[in-house]
Design a protein around this ligand. Structure first.
Ligand code: GDP
Length: 909
């Protein structure tokens, strides 16, 4: 390398000339000016100096790298068009220098060795102390032995002397001998007393030791003294009392028994006084805890505090682990900070603080991705484990274990499909009414979307789904709710477009099909024509050598209905349908809605096991404990087995029709899976929304690109919402797309209107209405809002809007609204709604709807309209009136009665 000037070198190194000069000087290379030349040798010198002065320690120990990669993926959108979505992946890795870890390990190892050495020393010391004590005890025992031996020898001697004395005749006993005897006995006395003295001294020492021990122990239990003194006082009192009683009662008993009884009483008294005291301590402790503060904890650790019974007896229930616990922390693709803290058994604040130190600003409720969570888990010394997308759900499924031998035959589940007005509802109503016990027939007002009927041909469950679109939506979710499909064709009308669609859907689902040729009672009924029309669609009748039974029926006269039911049970038999009647329940959501005061009201079809009140149900992303269960006849039930539809209350939200449900162990587990699913759904939704925004953009770019009709759809129940959504999505063509910006269950709210403003959408309400605030906002902003009560009218409108052909057509218009204030009972009309007309005019002779929380609950006509006692034909806005609805007695305060007229209007969207 050539020599360079100081200035040039400074530029290369990207530092000031001044600084370089100073560094050169420190390195021992004297350079005075920027123009001075630095030789290779001098450069080496500088390098060596810098290396030395910075040293290795200066190098960073830990580096955190953040990486961001952007890629694009192509995906098919809701409307069928493919779009490009930008995917940004952010990753973060922290690298720690190996030497640092090694150093740390070394340190830890050293600490461990040190600790071990200390531990060993301690153990040795204890052992030595124990040995010394043993030795002492041994010595004492030996001393005692010696003492005993000496005493025994002395005794023997005495006995021998006594014997000798006895053998001598009394008369021969001289004074001298007496003297000797006296002296020897004296000597003996001296001898024994010497031994006794030693023994006494040892005993005294022992006593002192015991005393010292006792004192030490007493000192330790100083805090307990108050309690004991108190207890003793109480005991004494009680003992007195019991003694008196005992003496009175036990006058005749022997003394020992009395003593025994007495001591038992003392024990009892002591126990009870201790318990009382312990209760008192607990009470005080609770009060203190409530008062809060760290002082409390301090007091609890204080050895002087009064002890409770269990600590006196020494049986502690808990031992803190001495070693650090290394846990395996299971994490899905996302986890909330709170959940992560809980899994690691630490406080959320601690986790947030730690993450802050790592450079991640998070809140307790925020969700973090697996990569970040894994880094944090490692930081806390635990082991992260990545759960696969379905692991949590798989674990749930594994929990359910069914025995094969518990299988029992179950009722078939039947769906009726067909073209509008061909008699689906009528057929279902007829079957239902004919097979419900007489007493209950009048009371069927319940709409739970499914009915179980007990016919002559057996037990059958009918799904009353709003058309085949809902059926398709269910199938798309993988929920096979139906076993058999009945396609209704009106004998006087023939095969229609929706009949064909029904055939396609049923065939695609690979389900057995029965054709019910309805309205056979009608004049123009032609069974043979229907058969040939259907055969042309590859539905060949059995009597023509095909696979499909054709049953002529009439929902009006009841003709052929028994045949139809017979055929259903025949098919069911072939299918050999079976399920477990007991065990954990599983099944599918039929429909779901929100009701004021009742919350989420969900119709479930049990497919396996038994669903019970009190069970925790997990359905899609919703969960909750079953608060109440109502059957298809409006009766409260406690249990529902396979093929039985029930309405349940208690879920935390409305699940989707077609979502599978299952009973899980507890709320915690249910919540875990539900939030896991929700996180997945949110991500999907987000990418969908991005895509739809893109579409929007393209649409606005020029007339050449596809046009988009943006729709905000609100409906009364999930089933309708899905049916309409599916039908609308099918309308999309290459030139015009339908994009449902959002769809939901319930009345139209202000936020829906805001969304319509920003997304340039129009709002469609199916059996729902807008509240006042949103109505005003929509009017002010010129947002198009339309109400419907027939699916096909809605679809036709959108179709017309798409093709730009909006011919004038008959449609309804709301002319007046009355608000129900109070409800009275009248013997003549039943429920009379005391109301005030809030908008337009209420006419007696126009059709009406009853709305509750902006959702249609009844459609019909008025029985009477009164001002005071007079019948009137109309009531204007701002006036009070009494309204009785024909055939509907369930009007409630707060309801709205909406009067509409069918008029001819020019339609524009
Ligand atoms: P859905 O739209 O398929 O549910 O059809 P509905 O059950 O609402 O029936 C449409 C119309 O057909 C109603 O006016 C019924 O009264 C009438 N209808 C249904 N079944 C019969 C039948 O067996 N005989 C006759 N004559 N009319 C029927």
């Amino acid at each position: 390398m050539a020599d360079v000037t100081v200035e040039k070198l400074a530029t290369i190194l990207k530092i000031d000339v001044e600084r370089l000069l100073a560094q050169l000087k420190d390195a021992g290379v004297e350079k005075g000016a920027a123009e001075d030349v630095v030789s290779d040798e001098e450069k080496q010198k500088l390098l060596a100096f810098l290396r030395q002065s910075h040293g290795q320690d200066e190098a960073p120990k830990k580096i955190t790298l953040s990486r961001k990669s952007t890629s694009t993926i192509k995906t098919a959108g809701a409307s069928g068009k493919s779009k490009t979505v930008n995917v940004e992946v952010r990753k973060k890795r922290t690298y720690i220098k190996r030497s640092v870890i090694e150093n740390q390990n070394k340190k830890v190892e050293e600490e461990r060795l040190q600790k071990e050495a200390e531990e060993r020393a301690k153990l040795e010391a204890e052992e030595a102390a124990r040995k010394a004590a043993e030795e002492e005890r041994k010595q004492a025992a030996e001393e005692e032995e010696r003492k005993k031996e000496a005493a025994a020898v002395a005794k023997e001697k005495e006995i021998a002397e006594k014997k000798a004395k006895k053998q001598q005749p009394k008369a021969e006993q001289t004074e001298k001998e007496k003297q000797t005897a006296k002296e020897s006995s004296k000597r003996k006395l001296v001898d024994t007393s010497a031994i006794d003295e030693k023994a006494a001294r040892l005993a005294e020492e022992e006593r002192k030791k015991v005393q010292a021990e006792k004192e030490r122990h007493d000192a330790e239990r100083k805090g307990q003294k108050d309690l004991e003194a108190k207890a003793a006082k109480q005991t004494a009192k009680l003992v007195e009392k019991y003694k008196d009683e005992a003496e009175k009662a036990d006058q005749n008993k022997p003394v020992e028994t009395k003593i025994e009884h007495g001591s038992k009483l003392v024990e009892q008294a002591f126990e009870s006084s201790l318990e009382k005291e312990a209760r008192e301590i607990r009470r005080r402790k609770d009060a203190k805890k409530r008062a809060g503060g760290r002082r409390n904890e301090q007091a609890e650790r204080d050895p002087k505090r009064p002890l409770n019974k269990s600590s006196i007896l020494g049986n502690h229930g808990f031992q803190a682990p001495t070693e650090k616990q290394i846990k395996i922390i299971e994490i899905g693709s996302m986890i909330s900070v709170t959940d992560l803290a809980q899994k690691m058994s630490i406080k959320v604040n601690q986790l947030v603080k730690e993450m802050f130190k790592m450079g991640e600003m998070v809140t307790a409720n925020q969700s973090i991705d697996y990569d970040t969570a894994a880094l944090v888990v490692e930081e806390f010394g635990h082991e992260p484990k990545h759960l696969s997308e379905t692991a949590i759900e798989d674990a749930l499924a594994d929990d359910i274990q069914r025995k094969d031998d518990g299988l029992k035959a179950r009722a078939p589940v039947v769906t009726i499909m067909g073209h509008v007005d061909h008699g689906k509802t009528s057929l279902l109503d007829y079957i239902r009414k004919a097979h419900v016990a007489d007493g209950e027939a009048g009371g069927i007002t319940q709409h739970i979307g499914a009915y179980n009927v007990d016919s002559k041909a057996g037990n059958i469950t009918f799904l009353d789904t709003p058309g085949h679109a809902a059926f398709t939506a269910m199938r798309a979710r993988g929920a096979k709710a139906t076993d058999i499909v009945i396609i209704v064709v009106a004998a006087d009308d023939g095969v229609m477009p929706q009949t064909e669609e029904a055939i396609q859907h049923a065939k695609a689902a690979n389900l057995p099909i029965i054709i019910a040729v309805n309205k056979i009672d009608k004049e123009g009924a032609d069974l043979e024509r229907i058969k040939s029309d259907m055969a042309a669609k590859e539905v060949v009748p059995e009597d023509w050598g095909g696979d499909y039974p054709f049953i002529p029926v009439s929902a009006h006269t009841g003709q052929g209905i028994d045949d139809l039911l017979e055929n259903i049970s025949l098919q069911a038999e072939l299918l050999e349908l079976a399920a477990h009647e007991e065990g954990v329940a599983e099944g599918v959501v039929i429909e779901s809605k929100l009701e004021k005061g009742r919350g989420s009201v969900t119709t479930l079809l049990v497919q396996e096991g038994a669903l019970k009140v009190g069970d925790t149900v997990l359905a899609g992303t919703t969960y909750g404990r079953v608060r109440a269960m109502i059957d298809d006849q409006g009766r409260q039930v406690k249990k529902a087995g396979p093929s039985i539809p029930v309405e349940i209350l208690g879920l935390n939200d409305v699940p989707n029709a077609g979502d599978k449900f299952m009973v899980v162990e507890n709320d915690r587990k249910a919540k875990e899976v539900a939030s896991f699913r929700e996180a997945n759904e949110r991500e999907e939704r987000l990418s969908r929304q991005q895509a739809s925004k893109l579409e929007n953009m393209f649409a606005n770019m020029g007339k050449d690109q596809a046009q988009v009709v943006n729709i905000i759809l609100k409906a009364d129940v999930r089933g309708s919402l899905e049916a309409i959504s599916a039908a609308l999505n099918d309308l999309s063509t290459d030139e015009v797309k339908v994009a449902i910006v959002t769809g939901g269950v319930g009345g139209i709210s202000e936020s829906d209107v805001h969304l319509a403003i920003t997304s340039d959408a129009f709002i469609l309400g199916f059996n729902v209405r807008a509240d006042n605030a949103s109505k005003k906002l929509a009017e002010a902003e010129g947002i198009d809002m339309r109400y419907y009560s027939v699916i096909y009218e809605l679809i036709d409108d959108v179709k017309a809007a798409m093709s730009g052909l909006l011919a004038p057509e008959r449609r309804e218009e709301i002319v007046g609204i009355a608000q129900v204030k109070d409800v009275f009972r009248s013997s003549k009309f039943g429920a009379v709604a005391g109301s005030i007309v809030t908008e337009g005019v209420v006419y007696k002779n126009e059709p009406i709807r009853v709305l509750r929380d902006n959702v249609v609950v009844y459609e019909g006509e008025l029985e009477s309209l009164r001002r005071f006692k007079d019948d009137v034909a109309e009531v204007k806005s701002g006036t009070e009136c009494g309204i009785a609805v024909k055939g509907y007695n369930d009007v409630q305060p707060g309801d709205q009665i909406e009067v509409f007229k069918v008029t001819e209007v020019k339609r524009e969207i």
